[in-house]
Write a protein that binds this ligand. Structure first.
Ligand code: FES
Length: 110
């Protein structure tokens, strides 16, 4: 998918259309970048597939019961809702807002 910045992009017709792994994360491509799409607490979230610490692949992350994305490499944790590094190392995870509407699942790409 190629796109301009700062627009709502349709990712799927329905949240069930993503190919989620057992970790509830699917990896898609937007603008040539791998992006994680995750389901948690009846919502959909989108964040970079590359950990801001040392580049760990977040497509292989897990999401804990608090909604923290846990990087598979050094286990730093990021809030799935806002990208905050909740384990205290001072990094921030790039994320994009997602909405689910009757006509599909949309991400605000910026
Ligand atoms: S690469 Fe993700 S915590 Fe180190």
């Amino acid at each position: 998918m190629h796109t301009a910045d700062n627009q709502w992009l349709k990712l799927a017709n329905h949240p069930d259309d993503f190919n989620f792994g057992a970790n509830n994360i699917a990896v898609i491509e937007i603008g040539g970048r791998p992006i994680c799409v995750a389901k948690f607490d009846n919502a959909i979230f989108a964040f970079t597939a590359t950990c801001p610490h040392a580049g760990g692949y977040l497509g292989a992350a897990c999401i804990n019961e608090k909604g923290h994305i846990v990087c598979p490499v050094h286990h730093y944790k990021f809030n799935i809702r806002n990208g905050h590094n909740v384990s205290g190392e001072g990094y921030r995870l790039k994320y994009w807002p997602v909405v689910i509407r009757k006509d599909g699942v949309f991400v605000r790409w910026k």
